[in-house]
Design a protein around this ligand. Sequence first.
Ligand SMILES: Nc1ncnc2c1ncn2[C@@H]1O[C@H](COP(=O)(O)OP(=O)(O)OP(=O)(O)O)[C@@H](O)[C@H]1O
Length: 411
Amino acid sequence: MARRIGSRYTAHQILGRGSAGTVWLGEGPEGPVAIKLLREDLSSDQELVGRFVQERTALLGLEHPHVVSVRDLVVDGNDLALVMDLVRGTDLRTRLDRERRLAPEAAVAIAADVADGLAAAHAAGVVHRDVKPENVLLDMQGPLGPGGSHRALLTDFGVAKLIDTPRRTRASKIIGTPDYLAPEIVEGLPPRAAVDIYALATVLYELLAGFTPFGGGHPGAVLRRHVTETVVPLPGIPDELWQLLVQCLAKAPASRLRASELAARLRELLPLLAGMPPLDVDEPDTDQPEETAEELSGAAPAAGRPVRRGAVPLVPGAKPSDSNRDTHTSMRVPAPDELAGGAHGTARAPRAAGAPRPGSARNRAVTRRRRLTLAVAATLVTAAAVGTWLATTEDTPPPPRDQKNSAPATP
Ligand SMILES: Nc1ncnc2c1ncn2[C@@H]1O[C@H](COP(=O)(O)OP(=O)(O)OP(=O)(O)O)[C@@H](O)[C@H]1O
């Protein structure tokens, strides 16, 4: 059923749902558009309203073939809507869920497109801060690129920030998606362009492997791995590509490539990767029951339900039917001692397909130590996630310790 959005747009048909609203195929004065409509029951949520406005602001004047442009922001009664370029296709998460992992040529072509989009955003002074497969759209109506890949466009600048925003203090809260968070964010440093490079390298690793390098288990454990662990090589990956990934997953932001350089280096690799099949990598041993959020919170995971590991809902009380894919989190920056994971890594080590699983019998002392660390992280994360769902407080001094988890969010 058609629905008017403001005086200029009509929404015709639902394209998809996110945790904060619905994206419609619509029509405007200049032709077809995508209209992202904030859920009515959330229109009084200042944080989410702020995200919509932020997305419009961040993208003002940014036109690029690899960025989804925002055309308009409509406020009409209870309706708040972002009008965007329509991308006829799907998002990268959906493709990855379907194919599990991509051929290196297609993965690298997609990553190069996103790097180009990031280069434009960074040149405009904007850091995206939430690069992940959900926020990459694939244009399936345009011509095919290398490896049969569709043009990729970066979207959802809802938590983007101006790079040069003055900051008086270190960040006291984290916003983003645990699997893709750069170590400097976990350590409380202000997000610069290099955080997007780290996130994009994580996405590329995921496209190649089928899983992220530091994901798995409770969000607190994921954050700690970003800071303390090194990425484990993927069997069969060409060395040139691996070196590029390692450089962009460097713990030190200054060691990572800039977006334009990354795009160029990725494109240089395409001929080398032409025709190469997806890597033959088995999902690493995920037998880490002591690390799951469900166990730490005492709740059993629903049988058969695929859980995006490390995910917590963005919108308090969001039902799975709203979106089972929301993966943002917001929590207090852990203190350095809370991040110390000990000498025993928990990063999931990929194995060549068919290789025997590493010994799953664990040293009990190590397990006990990890349980303790994770219990601390779980307490912090649960308390923080309940109190603050969408907060960035780079510009405000951290509140006293006993108020941190209930501090109002600052846009
Ligand atoms: N510009 C667009 N053109 C076409 N489809 C779009 C566009 N933007 C979003 N979509 C589709 O709408 C769906 C919902 O998008 P939305 O950005 O609201 O949610 P999300 O990013 O999946 O989740 P969240 O908002 O919780 O992070 C996505 O599956 C996406 O494929």
